[in-house]
Design a binder for this molecule. Structure first.
Ligand code: NAP
Length: 281
């Protein structure tokens, strides 16, 4: 087993989380299980899943097949938009546990706020109860704007431990991250490599990579970590998995960070999925 050790971050609820995780979107079935077993072998200890990915069963199977004990792995799932009422959100936690064959999740997040439904506070109350019952260790949200999180806080007094948002070199979310920092909320970066956009082809990032004798993916993931954000890259091959986790032995200079920050674009989202109007069910 690989002994790459990822630093741990402390969260506002007292629990800890590794500074980098593994994305599992599109990792389904036996091939998905094998990919996740390899990721655990490479040293990843945070697996990011969701009710909607329809792979919670594969995640549970990968955990059972790996040599890593359950208590050393942190697993995330997320409430889908169709299940925001209190009852449905609570049942979605239970259903996720049944699907994965686990008796607790380390994280359960609300996947999207879906503001036109206006039920995310109910979903949050269900997650608070699921945590009280021990079904979940930490709770948070995903794709929430500050105004959505402020409502959670005002109406329940419970601050999310994490908010998972779109974040990559074309969309650096400066103000949103500052708001998280002011409230002690960990920023998790989804599509941290930009998935299929051209961030990986950027000449300025290639030059930085050459300077450090690292790959472009490593530089981008290191940039996330130095921003104070927690990337959850997905990679299928063991060699890319290993590459992506090997980012804790070098440091980008302030100038290199600025160079990457300057790639930010106002319309940098991959698919215009603005949480004020984009909704997922
Ligand atoms: P990503 O991690 O930015 O990019 C994944 C793509 O990059 C894959 O095509 C992968 O190829 C490739 N890749 C990975 N490592 C590479 C490397 N070292 N060199 C070259 N290419 C590399 O995109 P993502 O999967 O969209 O995002 C990561 C995770 O975020 C997801 O899996 C999911 O868990 C989460 N997510 C959450 C939300 C949300 O709404 N909360 C939305 C989107 C994603 P191969 O797979 O072929 O290796």
């Amino acid at each position: 087993m690989n002994d790459i050790s990822v630093p741990q971050l402390k969260m506002n609820d007292g629990n800890v989380i590794p500074a980098l995780g593994f994305g599992t979107y599109k990792l389904n079935g036996s091939a998905g299980v094998e990919t996740m077993v390899n990721a655990l072998k490479a040293g990843y200890r945070l697996l990011d899943s969701a009710f909607k990915y329809e792979n919670e069963g594969a995640v549970g199977e990968a955990i059972r097949r790996s040599e890593v004990p359950r208590e050393k792995i942190l697993v995330t799932s997320k409430v889908p938009g169709l299940r925001h009422s209190y009852r449905e959100a609570y049942y979605s936690v239970e259903e996720s546990l049944y699907r994965a064959g686990l008796d607790y999740y380390d994280f359960y997040l609300i996947h999207w706020p879906n503001p036109s439904q206006d039920l995310y506070v109910e979903a949050w109350q269900a997650l608070i109860e699921a945590r009280r019952k021990g079904l979940v260790r930490s709770i948070g949200c995903s794709n929430f704007l500050p105004e959505h999180m402020q409502r959670l806080i005002d109406e329940t007094g419970v601050v999310p431990a994490v908010n998972q948002i779109e974040l990559h070199p074309y969309f650096i979310q400066r103000e949103q991250r500052e708001w998280h920092d002011q409230h002690g909320i960990i920023t998790q970066s989804w599509s941290p490599l930009g998935r299929d956009n051209s961030a990986m082809q950027e000449p300025s990032i290639k030059a930085i990579a050459e300077n450090h004798a690292k790959s472009v993916a490593q530089v981008i993931l290191r940039w996330h970590v130095q921003l104070g954000a927690l990337p959850i890259p997905k990679a299928t091959s063991p060699s890319r998995q290993k590459e992506n986790i090997s980012i804790f032995d070098f440091e980008l200079s302030a100038g290199e960070m600025d160079t990457i920050n300057s790639l930010d674009r106002p319309d940098g989202r991959r698919k215009d999925q603005h949480p004020a109007y984009y909704e997922e069910y």
